[in-house]
Structures are given as C-alpha cells and as structure tokens.
Design a protein around this ligand. Structure first.
Ligand SMILES: [Zn+2]
Length: 440
C-alpha cells in the first residue's frame, strides 16, 4: 500500500471509530408488559449499553440513565401498564439519555441486558416486581366423602416479549394458545371434581421454570402445556402430543421443535441470576421416570379425543427434551395443537368455534385419564361415595361431548342404572342435562 493509501486507511479507521463512539446506542423501542409478578419494561437497542437505574419516591418513579444513547426519531412511547403510569424520555448533557418511568406505587427495579436473538436485537430489561407476590398455595378443602378436586395446571406457551411462532396472516402463537388454555380451564372448572390453574392469565412472559414451579405450588395432578407449531413447509399440518424425553427425541423434527420451545427464556428474557437452577434440573431428572409413563398414558388419551376433532400429525405420543415438562412427580404433556405456519390451520386456530371444540376434546382426554388413573383421595377415586355415605344421590351435569356410557364409566355404575334413576327411554343425553347418579 502507498503512503497515501495508508493515510487514507488510517483516516477512515479514525472516522469509523469516532463514528462508533459518537453514535453510541439508539433506543428503537420501549415495550411494557404486566403480569401478577410485576411489570417489565423492555428497551430495544442497537447495541449493548451501560445503564444506571435508581428509584425515587414522592412521586414514585424509576430513572434509567443511558450514557451516550439517543432515541430513534420513530420511537413511540408506550402507554402506562401495570405499576408504570407513564414513560417519558429526555436528552441530558453529554449525549446521555434519561428515561423516567412514573409509577403508581413503589417498586425496586431489577435490570439485565439480553443478547440478540432471532427476532430481537440487544435489549435492556427493567423488571419492577409487584409489591408483595405471595405464592398462591390453594388446595380444595378436604371433602372426605366426596374426594378432593384434581388440580390441572394449564400452561399457555410463550407470552409477553416471547410471541412464539406466527402465521402468515399475523396470528401469534401466544394469543391463540392463551385463548385455548382459557377455554380448557373454563371447561375443567365446570366439571365436577376438577379445578384448573392457569400458569399465565394474560399477555406477559413467564419463565419455563416458573411454570413448573406454579404447578407444584398449586399441587397440580396434571400439567398440560399448549402450543402451536410452525415449519418452513406451509403444508405441514396436524396436532402432536409430546412428553418429556429422558434420552433422545423421537425424530429430528421433534428435537428442533424442543430447541425452539426451550429458547423461550432467551426470547422472553430471564436474567442470568435466575439460571442457576441447572443443578436443580439435574436432580429433578432422576425422579421423573415414574411421571413419564403416566404422562404417556395421559397423552394417548388426549390423542384419542383430539383425533375426533382435528387432524393429527402423529397418532402416537412423541418424545422430546422440553424443559417445561421437567416435573418430577406431575404427569406432564405438551400439545402442539396445529401448525400456525399452515394458512388453513392458522385460520382454524383463531376461530373461537374451533378453539372451543379443541378445548372440549382436551378436557375429555384429561377426564378419561383421571377416570382410568384416579389420584388417591380425589373425586375420581371415590366417585360414588357421596351417595353411599350421606344417602344423597349425586347429580351430574352433562358436558359437551359426553355420552351416557362415559358418565356411567366415570361413576362406576351401569348405563342402565342411570337410565332407570332418570326414567330415560334411550341412552341419548344432552349438554346441560342434570342426571341423578344412583349409588355405585
Ligand atoms: Zn410454542
């Protein structure tokens, strides 16, 4: 290179370096999410930033100072959400940016940076925990004669920062799976002897580990995670039911899927401090093989019901290493309800009628499982005891899709005895019909 060349290169390098320093990072977006655990502010950045965060009172607010940072001209500030009443920004002397979150209550901020993922660049996360997040430990009152309610944890995948997969028409996995999860929970709550717990009830992110923790806190008897799949080939279709694999995945596609679903924590945003549970995970692994065969039995019951209302990609339960299924003692399944990448299935997924039909099939599968494998001391273990201990007949409200023989099997009586007790001429039952169940 000539002397002139060197000079030009050196000047260019100096300019580039100057440019880099002078430009600093830019805030391209600010998003707010709120859930029962607190409120989260996410700053979308062009690069990693230094940041100083402190809380002030009277009025309560959190100040975030970002040195050498500017805002994109297109930056739209979000409306208040959760503990955050409003957001404002202002440049400070020396090229710093100050962001103020006006709060409607005191909160101690916790911050961390996230490296880029497939859908996001650099992010700064500011978590504002809710004042007192006391864990909810509820158990149905011990109604000895009746048997306790079985508790079913329904887990809507993704949420908040993590949208999950999305379809061509813009339907997001996190929306449709929450809608389906809510319907399943409603159906379960109107089924005698059952109670549902949702791991998330709105559009916010819950770390994978937290989801299984919630199932344990509520002493769940069953855990079902609901998702929607996506694939490059838009013709891929059908539902799949998974259980945890303790060794390898059923096939390559299952493994890739599990890797995608497990990336949820990176996308949704979990600070490194929360990740020291690796050891706990390894310990859990040792005791979960018993839950695995129960999970497979439950999965097979689900497939039987689902296959009557939707197309299945596989008629056998598949295995893959999903982190969200790692519960040592709770039978757990993950249901990929459909391919959101398939335009037909995408439109089914957003259809309330389809959501309801699918929810009914999922509820029926769970009821089938508990009927065949009643947890000790539960309603399913002693279905006919109320009539024998108190002399009062049991009343059963017929749910959608239920047949007389299913009701009979559930209470361990014959169809004929139910017909007799209710003066029925045929086996036909209708939704909402109240049946008197004779003593078993
Ligand atoms: Zn998913």
């Amino acid at each position: 290179m000539s002397e002139g060349g060197w000079l030009r290169a050196a000047t260019l390098l100096a300019l580039l370096l100057l440019g880099r320093v002078a430009a600093g990072a830019t805030v391209n977006g600010i998003r707010l999410w709120s859930g029962p655990e607190g409120t989260r502010a996410v700053f979308e950045l062009t690069g990693p930033v230094e940041h100083r965060v402190f809380a002030l009172s009277d009025p309560d607010r959190v100040v975030i100072d970002l040195p050498n940072t500017s805002t994109a001209s297109s930056l739209a500030l979000p409306d208040g959400r959760g503990v955050v009443a409003s957001v404002r920004t202002g440049p400070r002397a020396g090229g710093d940016l100050r962001v103020v979150l006006e709060l409607n209550g005191a909160s101690k901020p916790k911050t961390f940076l996230l490296a880029p993922t497939e859908q996001y660049g650099h992010r700064l996360v500011v978590d504002l925990p809710a004042a007192e997040a006391t864990p909810v430990v509820r158990r149905a009152p011990a109604a000895v004669e009746r048997g306790r309610d079985v508790v079913v944890a329904i887990d809507a995948g993704h949420g908040g920062e993590d949208p999950g997969a999305s379809g061509r028409a813009g339907v997001e996995e996190k929306e449709v799976v929450l809608a389906i999860a809510r319907r399943v929970a409603e159906e379960i709550n109107s089924t005698p002897g059952m109670r549902a717990v949702l791991t998330r009830g709105g559009d916010y992110f819950v770390p994978l580990r937290k989801r299984t923790e919630l199932a344990h806190q509520t002493q769940a008897d069953f855990f079902m995670s609901i998702h929607a799949d996506s694939y490059r080939d838009r013709d891929a279709k059908g539902a799949t039911v998974y259980v945890l694999s303790d060794k390898a995945a059923s096939d390559e596609q299952s493994l890739l899927l599990a890797q995608r679903e497990n990336a949820s924590d990176l996308i949704g945003g979990v600070s490194l401090a929360d990740k020291d549970q690796l050891l706990a995970r390894v310990l859990l692994d040792l005791s979960q093989s018993a839950a695995l065969s129960a999970s497979t039995a439950a999965g097979q019951r689900l497939i039987r019901r689902m296959s009557t209302v939707t197309s299945m990609r596989r008629l056998q339960v598949q295995q893959a290493p999903f982190l969200v299924l790692k519960s040592p003692d709770i039978p757990s399944v993950l249901v990929e309800t459909a391919y959101i990448s398939n335009p037909r299935e995408e439109s089914s997924l957003r259809n309330p009628g389809y959501q309801a039909t699918l929810a009914t099939a999922l509820r029926q599968g769970i009821v089938d499982y508990f009927t065949a494998n009643p947890p000790q001391g539960s309603y399913f273990a002693a279905p006919s005891s109320p009539s024998t201990t108190t002399g009062e007949p049991v009343r059963h409200v017929v749910a959608r899709g239920e047949t007389l023989s299913a009701v009979a099997e559930r209470y361990r009586v014959t169809s004929a005895s139910i017909r007799r007790s209710n003066s029925m001429k045929t086996d036909v039952v209708r939704v909402g019909q109240v049946l008197t169940i004779p003593p078993g």
